[in-house]
Design a protein around this ligand. Sequence first.
Ligand code: CA
Length: 230
Amino acid sequence: MKNSKKIVTSTLVLFATIIGLVLFLNKEDETAQETEQTASSNEHPLIEGQPTLGEVEAPVSIVEFGDYKCPSCKQWGELIFPKLVEDYVNTGKAKFSYINVLFHGEESVLAALASESVYKQDPENFWAFHKAVFTAQPATQEHDNPWISVDKLKDIAEATAPNVDLAQLESDLNIEGTHIAEEVSKDKELVHKYKVPFTPTIIIDGVMLKDPFDYEKITSLIERGPKADK
Ligand code: CA
């Protein structure tokens, strides 16, 4: 009698263990599926409200997550960007959007705020301002030294974007509560959402490049056409 009670108890324990194990494995499975979905969802960042170069109707969308204080972004802007614009943006095959990343502290924030203000006030000349900020970035070995300031950004805006009201620009650089600051926060949320690992991070129709300087890969991703045709 004692023995059969023991058997019943052990069987119950065994069942409970099996059920527990099955539930645990299912949960593991769910987690694995979720991770895979996130990694392969190929969702492209929403570019609404972001400065975008090229035809609105261009079939391929390229996004740069960049930081004005980042030396590699300056390099990318000099080596890759002009080719990309000539080969694909000017030919109507792709459009290009820029989203701010704030990896280098206060100066990144200042430049990002300035870019949003210039884009709001003088969208036509945004890209001239954008290029001039990177041009103003000192040689790589000195980039850690401060070089982005309110006066510097005002000078660059004055030289490149004549429709910008410089007093307005200066007040937009005050981060507290302006809608310009909201635009920068929106970019920050996208950086978080897409887990931007470094700058520049380039995403072409939802595909994040491992090496943003790999022009062959950029070409092949653009040439394969819009996502719907894949
Ligand atoms: Ca933005």
